[in-house]
Design a protein around this ligand. Sequence first.
Ligand code: HEC
Length: 201
Amino acid sequence: MKTTHQRLGILITSAILFFSIQLLAESKNSAAETPHRIDAAQFDSANRLVRPANIDEWIFLGATVGHGYPEEGGKKFSAENPGAIQVIQMEPAAYGYLKEHKKYADGTMISLSFYNTQEQPSPAVEGVVQKDLMNFEIHIIDKKMYKDTRAFFLYETGSDVANMIPEGNVCVTCHNKEAHFDGTFTQFYPVIRDEILGRKE
Ligand code: HEC
């Protein structure tokens, strides 16, 4: 025979169990509504990042001219030596997440394309225009996947796959030190800087 105390104990334990299951179910549902992972990056069997085929559909973040990485004794920017035009784009699902949550989802990809500047455009317009694509790089932000919280990929000319640059590289050092938002140079991307993050820098 169970005492009243024992019955009460069983009742309370069952109630706690019932509510815990409810809570668990609810937290699972809300996690489903706000996915923190974007699975757009495709890797081949050797774990190399495949060049995204739909880069033309990625969101334009900004462009810089002759903004090369500073090199010892390197060419300085001038009208005669404008350097490259760099175009920065973000994978659309990652951009949507950033717009809504003001932070990056794991799996966010951003590309940087270096275009040759055509020195003698026809007609002979002033300034510089984009010619052929020279270099192409991708930055993936993923706090769960990478020890550095991010990974960088540099595509050799004509190659459709790129190895991850090993951890602790110069890319990570400069991006973490100089970039204004989570290792990305949003100080040069006007819509993210002024509208999404609402910072005037
Ligand atoms: C000395 C600093 C510095 C180093 C080192 C550096 N970057 Fe950057 N990176 C920048 C700057 C500044 C920008 C902003 C765009 C621009 O100026 O063209 C940028 C932008 C980028 C972007 C666009 C997305 C973003 O994060 O803002 C990618 C992709 C990128 N760099 C890849 C690389 C890779 C790959 C390496 C290493 C091989 C590297 N970077 C090393 C300064 C650096």
